[in-house]
Structure formats: structure tokens, C-alpha cells
Design a protein around this ligand. Structure first.
Ligand code: HEC
Ligand code: HEC
Ligand code: HEC
Length: 390
């Protein structure tokens, strides 16, 4: 054997070894290893039914919505699988299981993520949020690049768009995605515990930053004038809060922003970062300063009369002293803690008369104008500046 031969053979051998070696390696890593883990994720929970067809084989709302999802090519920008890597469970919720896709034929995994993954959409948003977002994504997410889908909507008698069958089906589909993990996702998106390490000293700079953040995240719903009349207003039930009619101490705004409001379109911003949240909190709290400045102590007899009405008509939900009873906290949205907010009198009377459509806060009938005033005075007197000092 000559020297020349072995010179040729060596690189060939290396190439062959590398080729076969790489093949084997990838076969084990990408073929066999997932196969062993797959066998564990295949068992669907007992009683799992095809969400897209009813007993007669007809398409359900979610089934029709799935077809729209595919024909509108939402999968160009949205994936539907939560990988167990790269902090995805932290961002989206529990990782995807193999059995979840058993009725998804053809599958809707998608490959591109221009928008967020949608596999854990159930429990994340309310229907009204989705409707507003589909008609005009920038109404709920002011800097969104998602295209609008106006053709999913009908024209109402007043000429304004309202959700048509297609929009309703599509939203039913979105609300079905990851429904087995709905509660877990809700608890993750709207945290029950708040994290605060400290609160910055109020300053003009902080407030300016708050104004900027408000323009980037909140105007679509709360409006440029903070009156709750933004672009999304027509769709939201309950409507976005009119931030000029109430004073919330900074700490309370921080809490609302951190936790969001379950059962309403109000998102949680807990992943925004503490300094940003404080900036927003200062900005929003300052909007209520005129209401706070108008606070006064009412005569004792007025308060006593108001208190009596409150006990009879309001305490069952809002608590005798404003602390919402445990059982009522399951309402979506839950009654407000009236110790932590100071409302403008006219607004308060309006809420008592009209309730808050889309919530358990129903209109209170049969009060005279005098009684309404006494009640409002009492409710205002329940406010304490530092109930939850932060
Ligand atoms: C051009 C890419 C693009 C297309 C096409 C698209 N989206 Fe989006 N989508 C986005 C982006 C970007 C976001 C993130 C910003 C936002 O929330 O609007 C988003 C957000 C969403 C969200 C909010 C998720 C959450 O909970 O925060 C939903 C739901 C959604 N899209 C559904 C759809 C549906 C349904 C379709 C098809 C009718 C669709 N998208 C088509 C880009 C797209
Ligand atoms: C998608 C619409 C939407 C967006 C975006 C939104 N909100 Fe809200 N917000 C609501 C709705 C709806 C309510 C009313 C909730 C209720 O009635 O319980 C609300 C309520 C509130 C409240 C009052 C809650 C109370 O308990 O009195 C504050 C404060 C607030 N939002 C601040 C903000 C800020 C600041 C931003 C931007 C970072 C923001 N919201 C973004 C819809 C939105
Ligand atoms: C059946 C339960 C129930 C009763 C009774 C009730 N409320 Fe409420 N209330 C709620 C719920 C639920 C909400 C939260 C609505 C929301 O998120 O906008 C609420 C919200 C409110 C708000 C806040 C509105 C806002 O825009 O932030 C005020 C003020 C209020 N209630 C006052 C009263 C008064 C005064 C009475 C008695 C006349 C009363 N409520 C009776 C359930 C109730």
C-alpha cells in the first residue's frame, strides 16, 4: 500500500464517519429521544371530546372558527405550541402536550411567530377584548402590527360594526385553545400575589415617563382624555374605567396594573417591570387629584342615613366596611374594595343608578335623589388613604 492511498483514504474515512456519525446522532436526538417522551404525553385526560364536532358530527362554533383561522392564514404569524425551552412556559403557560393536537387535522402548529403563540389563549383574554382586537388590533394594543379583520364583522342598525357570526366563531375557537389549562393560565396571567421591592420617590420625570407609557399601552381603551372612551370603547363590557372620576392611591394603581382585572378586558402588566409600573401608577393616580381635592367630611346624620342604605343594598357584595367578602371575590369582575378608591359624587350616583353593564354591579332601584346623595356621601367616607400601604 502506497503512501498516496492512505492520504486519500483518511479524509474519506473522516467524511464517512462524520456523515454516518451525524446521522446517528440526529436520529437518536431527534427521532428516538422525542419518541420516548412522546409516549408519556399521548394519554388524553379521560372524557376528552372532539371540541370541533358535536354528537351529530356537525361543526361546533369552535370548529367553524378553526376553519376561519386556517382560511384567514392566522398561522402565518401565530404558532400553537409551547416548547419546554427558552422560558416559554413562563411566557405562555404549561408546555404543549402531544394529545392536545389529536383533533387538529390538519394541524395548526405554524412555524412563524410574528405574533405570540396562541396555544394557551383560553383564560388569557375576555371575548370583548378579542372582538375589539380583531376589528382593530391597535385599539387594544396601540403598537400592534397585526392586520385588522373588518370583514368578520356585521354592520349594526347604527351603522357601527358589531361581531358577526364569523367573529363569534373565531373567538370561540381562540377561547378553546388550551382549555384544559385555562385555570392555570388565568392564574399565571392575572397573578394573585404582587411583587414590589420598593417604590421610587414621585418626580416629574417619572410622571413624564408614565404619560409616554400611557400613550403606548392604554389610550386604545382608556382614551386620550382618560375618560374610558378610546377606539375599543364600543366593544368593551364592562367599559374601560373613566380615570378622571376616581382617585386611586399610587399603590392601588400599581396593584391593578400588576394583577389586571379578571373578567374584564383590563390586561395585567406584571411583566412590564417595576419602574415602569410605578411611572404609570403615578401618572394615573395624579389624574384623580381633583377628585381627592374635593374630599370633605359630611355631617354625621347624612353619613348615618347613607350607612343604613349601604348596609341594606350594597354590603352583601362590597362588605359591611368595604372589605369585599371572600365568596364575592370569585365574581368576574369582583366587586371593588370601596376603601381603596375615592369616587366623584356624580359618577358614584350614576353607577348606583345604571350599574356597570357586563358585570354583577346591577342598577339599584327605588332610591330617591336625597337617598342617593346620602349613600354617595357614605361611600366616599369609606375611603382611607393607606389601606394597603406600599
Ligand atoms: C402579520 C402577522 C399577523 C397575522 C396575519 C395575525 N396576527 Fe395576531 N398578532 C400579531 C401580532 C404582532 C400580535 C401581538 C400584538 C397584538 O396583540 O396585537 C398578535 C396578537 C394576537 C392575539 C393576542 C394574543 C394575546 O393574548 O396577547 C390574538 C388572539 C391574535 N393575534 C389572533 C389572530 C388571529 C385569529 C388572526 C387571524 C384572523 C391573526 N391573529 C393574524 C400578528 C399577526
Ligand atoms: C384592552 C383594554 C384596556 C387596556 C389596554 C387598558 N385598560 Fe385599564 N381598564 C380596562 C377596563 C375594561 C377596565 C374596567 C375594569 C372593571 O370595570 O373592573 C379598566 C380599569 C382600569 C383601572 C381602574 C380599575 C379600578 O379598579 O378602579 C385603571 C387604574 C386602569 N384600567 C389603568 C390602565 C392603564 C394605566 C393602562 C395602560 C398600561 C390600561 N388600563 C390599559 C381596559 C383596558
Ligand atoms: C350583586 C353584587 C353587588 C351589589 C349588591 C352592589 N355592587 Fe357595586 N359592584 C359589584 C361588582 C361586581 C362591581 C365591579 C364592577 C366593575 O368591575 O366595573 C361593583 C362595582 C362598584 C363600583 C365601582 C364602579 C367603577 O367604575 O369602578 C362602585 C362605586 C359600586 N360598585 C358601588 C355600589 C353601591 C353604592 C352599591 C349599593 C347601592 C353596590 N355597589 C351594590 C357588585 C355589587
Amino acid at each position: 500500500m502506497s503512501n498516496a492511498d492512505s492520504k486519500v483514504e483518511r479524509p474519506l474515512f473522516v467524511a464517512l464517519f462524520a456523515g454516518v456519525g451525524c446521522f446517528l446522532l440526529s436520529f437518536v436526538a431527534m427521532g428516538l429521544a422525542p419518541w420516548t417522551t412522546l409516549s408519556s404525553g399521548l394519554e388524553a385526560p379521560p372524557g376528552m371530546k372532539d371540541p370541533y364536532h358535536d354528537e351529530n358530527g356537525e361543526l361546533t362554533a369552535a370548529g367553524r372558527g378553526r376553519k376561519i383561522y386556517m382560511s384567514e392564514a392566522c398561522w402565518h404569524c401565530h404558532s400553537q405550541f409551547v416548547r419546554p425551552v427558552a422560558n416559554e412556559p413562563w411566557r405562555y403557560g404549561p408546555k404543549s402536550e402531544a394529545w392536545e393536537a389529536m383533533f387538529d387535522v390538519p394541524n395548526t402548529y405554524g412555524t412563524r411567530r410574528i405574533g405570540p403563540d396562541l396555544a394557551r389563549e383560553a383564560g388569557r383574554r375576555t371575548d370583548d377584548w378579542h372582538f375589539a382586537h380583531l376589528l382593530d388590533p391597535r385599539s387594544t394594543v396601540p403598537r400592534s402590527v397585526m392586520p385588522p379583520y373588518p370583514w368578520l364583522f356585521d354592520r349594526g342598525p347604527d351603522g357601527k360594526p358589531q361581531p358577526g357570526e364569523k367573529a363569534k366563531d373565531l373567538v370561540a375557537y381562540l377561547q378553546s385553545l388550551g382549555s384544559a389549562f385555562k385555570q392555570q393560565v388565568e392564574d399565571q396571567v392575572y397573578p394573585r400575589e404582587i411583587r414590589i421591592t420598593g417604590s421610587p420617590v414621585p418626580s416629574d420625570l417619572l410622571k413624564e415617563r408614565g404619560a409616554e407609557l400611557y400613550a403606548h399601552h392604554c389610550v386604545g381603551c382608556h382614551g386620550e382624555n382618560h375618560d374610558g372612551v378610546g377606539r375599543a370603547a364600543d366593544f368593551l363590557k364592562p367599559s374601560a374605567a373613566n380615570l378622571n372620576t376616581r382617585y386611586l392611591p399610587r399603590g392601588e394603581v400599581y396593584r391593578v396594573l400588576y394583577q389586571g382585572v379578571r373578567g374584564s378586558a383590563m390586561p395585567s402588566y406584571h411583566d412590564m417591570g417595576e419602574r415602569q409600573l410605578w411611572a404609570l401608577a403615578q401618572y394615573v393616580s395624579d389624574l384623580g387629584q381633583p377628585v381627592r381635592a374635593a374630599a370633605r367630611v359630611d355631617r354625621a346624620d347624612v353619613l348615618a342615613r347613607g350607612r343604613e342604605i349601604y348596609s341594606k343594598r350594597c354590603a352583601s357584595c362590597h362588605g359591611e366596611f368595604g372589605e369585599v367578602p371572600q365568596a364575592m371575590l370569585n365574581m368576574r369582575p369582583a366587586p371593588k374594595d370601596l376603601r381603596t378608591r375615592l369616587y366623584d359624587t356624580d359618577y358614584l350616583i350614576g353607577v348606583v343608578r345604571m350599574g356597570r353593564p357586563g358585570t354583577g354591579m346591577v342598577p339599584t332601584m327605588g332610591l330617591s335623589a336625597e337617598e342617593e346623595k346620602d349613600l354617595a356621601a357614605y361611600v366616599r367616607s369609606m375611603f382611607k388613604e393607606n389601606v394597603h400601604d406600599r
